[in-house]
Design a binder for this molecule. Sequence first.
Ligand SMILES: Nc1ncnc2c1ncn2[C@@H]1O[C@H](COP(=O)(O)OP(=O)(O)OP(=O)(O)O)[C@@H](O)[C@H]1O
Length: 623
Amino acid sequence: MDDWEEEGTTTATTTSLTNHNLYEDGGSRRGGDGFTYSFPSDEPLHINNWNNTGGEMGGFRGAGRGHFGRKDSSEFNGNNGHFENGLRGGYRGGRGGRGGRGIRQGGDQDGNRGGFRGGYRGKDEEVFSQGEDTKKESNEEKPKVTYIPPTLPEDEESIFAHYETGINFDKYDDIMVEVSGVTPPQAISTFDDAELCESLRKSISKSGYIKPTPVQKHGIPIICAGRDLMACAQTGSGKTAAFLLPILQKLMADGVAASSFSEIQEPEAVIVAPTRELIGQIFLEARKFSFGTCVRPVVVYGGVNTGFQLRELSRGCNVLCGTPGRMLDVIGRGKVGLSKVRYLVLDEADRMLDMGFEPDMRRLVGTPGMPSKENRQTLMFSATFPEDIQRLARDFLRVDYLFLTVGIVGGACTDVEQTFVKVTKFCKREQLLDIVKSTGTERTMVFVETKRQADFIAAHLCQENVPTTSIHGDREQREREKALFDFRSGRCPVLVATSVAARGLDIPDVQHVINFDLPNNISDYVHRIGRTGRCGNIGRAVSFYDPDTDSPLAHSLVTILAKAQQEVPSWLEESAFSSPSIGKFNPPRKDFAALDSRKGELFPVNVSSRPAFQAATDEEEWE
Ligand SMILES: Nc1ncnc2c1ncn2[C@@H]1O[C@H](COP(=O)(O)OP(=O)(O)OP(=O)(O)O)[C@@H](O)[C@H]1O
């Protein structure tokens, strides 16, 4: 587990980065995505105060600590939807390599879990050194979490704000879809086919959804038919609505309504996701689709004052969205009972395993009162389907679950143009500057290897008058939400992030992803570049390839490029086939499977849609 993701509060070690004072007046602006929001002026970045005590990589300390760390949430709390914008732009953490499974114990009154949380996340330093962490936690008492997120906007315009689908949206129809398992229901072609209730239809149309994506065409009828589901689908292809719409449909059809009269809330649906920003995003989608109905979603996640979340819960809860630790915390406090749960959703299940949440997931399904798998419907989403996920699927899902894959499992989105620039580590900064200066105000995410590097690069760009902010696991929750708000609104069109921001971030108009440092595993690469080219839009990804450090990834990169029908630079191909260290960081995963392991036994496979490209059944190099 990583304090980025969950219960740990970031504390005095946080290096805060503020942004350039773009708008001295701090007045209202209309963001590129059509929201209106206002924010007070930030203090300007005092560039000379940034103290780079290290060499290229570092020792960077921000003199501007606490710029966003004010005691209240007023800095981006308005009557007009800052939180909506900030959190809608939330993101899911990226995978940083397979780490040790953290052990988590106890919990204090703010739900900050004690115990030690060891684990290695690959070369990304979103690592919590077990020793250090233990020492810190035993010697220092964590401060009480006081952060209360800004009030959500209630107006329809903010709630249903959305970005447009892109010119390639219709190309989704060509993606190969595979459903395995017995008697899968017929896919739908239109939202009308789903026979959803009137309020959901209205919400769908206000959200700008005209036709379902493949994962929705297949997922919605599967869930409506009461079947358990394990699904893998490409980035940005609408997985969230694929599970939310049928769950909400069934809750509404059954006439469930939130009640604030009960001391213990008993939600009918529980949704778990590994990171705060991802679960916040899912919650906002649930809130959007259930707008104007009696169904009430509530979200709980770390880094936010628990008392605040308990008060929200006590106002009624039908759909409980949470990160695993905080979810167990509110259950442990006796504020949530699980006996009415009919739907359990585990999103980014593979990431949850990587982050050491398996014991938490098992605790959740084993919580007294939680209906057995035979008596609830369980839905799991995962980017890959390795052995450990299959094991989880066997344990959590009914034996006749359906397995849905859309496109190449673990493959890159074909709407992203991928290019590679061969560099040395000494010229990366200059190259980066050239690119971001040429892209102007287009939104760009820059991925780097370490948290320190993220601050350092962000400060460097600010210094060069490129309005930039950063996001990583050492930033406090309010800073994270503020950074996303600034990025989303266009106030800071450049966001520097560590790999933890690789997954799930759904921000309109992210035109570019730059891999300043390549990740150490191909899965992270795919998720990082998936922050652009979403929902049929075109995106661009530029990756700096340093042969001294990145050659272990070369072979996997060539495979990914070829499968996504992208040009493969000859030097990269050469590097892939000459590198002695193939597989060092990306060992062929014996446990990787793009296919349902039950195949060939009981379960038939239905392939629909014209295959746009060959499925990666032979793929071994994804990790
Ligand atoms: N049928 C649809 N029509 C138009 N827009 C849609 C449709 N379905 C989803 N979207 C929008 O597409 C965007 C991406 O959806 P979502 O975040 O659910 O993708 P995802 O598959 O979960 O991506 P990731 O794998 O990166 O997490 C969202 O802004 C969502 O509102």
